[in-house]
Design a protein. Structure first.
Length: 449
């Protein structure tokens, strides 16, 4: 009988100062989309700076299983995708294995809904408990023959469409880039113009990539005089043309090192080539409002996305009421921001963040449980949390197989009085395969076994 794989545990020792000049890996959202668009384009797409994390490799394997030839990633993180056009995918022989990746399953739902062939997708234990009704329902409105389990969780089955999908005008019930992107991707296979209105600003990598691949898309901001509301429209029947993609460094990964630099007792870290897309900079807004010493230098454009270098210095952080506008712009960064809050003077309050409960784990509860274990006072609300800064002690943390929970508590060791043991850290490899080596390079002390 084969032995079950032992789960990876991080053990940290207290750290003090940090220093370094680092580059974080490629952006996860852009890497996923580069494979998807490259596969559906006519011609060959060259991707530079691809994130070789398990989530993006899952997306790559799905497209390989549908007959797309993809080379790489090589040791320099280059990938070449030999696209076959919008109608060039072939039926996968088996159920597509999505692993831990919500972005893959939700965006692929939009693509597969438009195919004539049947297919099915499922993932790991965590993904298979996450809500898919948010994509299945609008796709059904588009006349897609698609279903999930009765409780809305995976597997997602696409039963193949006999004709074109139907365009819809859809108001997103929540600010979600994954749902928006799913509907826009299905919109390429629909008769007429599909319109999605988002209630809050979410990452716009899909819209930017549609434009980069030559597919017309219209973006109208400030709908009904509300600057948070954006309407995106796409007409079916156009084509994608291959192009070269340069993936910026992932600001979500950079945030762990921003927080590390800010909470350390002394030192400075420079993080190079970080994607600064305005729909992703919520963490910078929040950490600056907490009086974090972050300086943005060398701002430039690379591959259609703004990038910059960030210089972070040890700071005396102050608790704040987080602006609800920053919530969708910092949605993946809250676990790390909660560590900054635990090291700040006073109380930090977050509301309007109920989406955190349906990420790779329930991130409000998982973070609260870990912070309380380490001696930090916090109060949980349905849509947020209050965290009062204090002394971080030592203890054992359950990451709930969530990469960002694991990395956040690893960073907290910089201010801990003792050792922290973090359980079930394998999924750090989904988004940040070299996290431990980079963290140790700047002055943390993390061992993994
Ligand atoms: C993502 C969108 C966000 C984010 C996820 C990546 C994307 O999810 O949390 O990590 O690439 O579109 P939601 O759309 O569910 O907020």
């Amino acid at each position: 009988m084969s032995q079950a794989k032992k789960a990876l545990t991080f053990t940290t020792r207290p750290g003090h100062s940090v220093s370094g000049d680092i580059i974080v890996p490629g952006d996860k959202s852009v890497s996923h989309r580069s494979i998807m668009f490259g596969s559906l384009a006519n011609g060959t797409t060259h991707i530079k700076g691809f994130l070789p994390g398990q989530d993006c490799l899952a997306t790559m394997n799905c497209f390989k299983a549908m007959g797309i030839e993809i080379e790489g990633p090589d040791s320099d993180h280059n990938v070449t995708v030999h696209g076959k056009g919008l109608h060039g995918l072939s039926q996968p022989k088996e159920q597509l294995d999505i692993g831990n990746s919500g972005t893959s399953i939700r965006l692929l739902s939009g693509i597969l809904a438009g195919q004539q062939f049947s297919s099915s997708m499922a993932g790991d234990v965590s993904l298979n408990t996450r809500p898919m009704a948010r994509v299945v329902e609008p796709l059904q409105l588009m006349a897609a023959n698609i279903s999930a389990r009765e409780d809305g969780t995976p597997p997602v089955h696409c039963h193949g469409s006999s004709g074109k999908l139907k365009a819809i005008d859809y108001l997103l019930p929540m600010a979600s880039a994954q749902v928006k992107s799913c509907i826009l991707l299905a919109g390429m296979y629909a008769e007429g113009t599909t319109t999605v209105t988002e209630p809050g600003i979410t990452r716009d990598h899909t819209e930017r990539m549609l434009t980069a691949f030559g597919y017309p898309v219209t973006v109208e901001k400030n709908i009904d005089g509300d600057e948070q509301k954006t309407r995106i429209s796409i007409e079916g029947g156009h084509e994608l043309t291959a192009c070269d993609i340069q993936v910026p460094g992932d600001i979500s990964s950079a945030t762990f090192f921003m927080v590390a630099g800010l909470i350390a007792k002394s030192g400075e870290i420079t993080i190079r080539n970080v994607g600064m897309n305005p729909t992703r900079i919520g963490a910078i807004n929040i950490l600056k409002a907490m009086q974090g010493n972050l300086t943005i230098i060398n701002e430039r454009m690379a591959g259609g996305e703004p990038v910059a270098d960030i210089v972070v210095k040890a700071s005396k952080l102050q608790g704040i009421d987080i602006s609800e506008r920053d919530v969708p712009l910092a949605i993946d960064e809250f676990p790390a921001i909660f560590i900054a809050a635990a090291c700040a003077n006073g109380t930090t309050r977050l509301r309007g963040a109920e989406e955190l409960r349906v990420k790779e784990s329930d991130r409000i509860q998982a973070m609260a449980d870990g912070l309380i274990e380490l001696g930090i006072e916090c109060t949980v609300f349905a849509d947020g949390i209050d965290i009062t800064g204090g002394e971080i002690g030592s203890g054992t943390i359950h990451s709930h197989d969530d990469h960002r929970i694991a990395m956040s508590f690893a960073i907290s060791s910089l201010r801990a009085t003792g050792s922290i043991t973090i359980l079930d850290c394998d999924n750090v490899a989904t988004s940040f395969p070299n996290f431990v080596s980079l963290a140790n390079e700047v002055g943390l002390s993390i061992t993994q076994a």
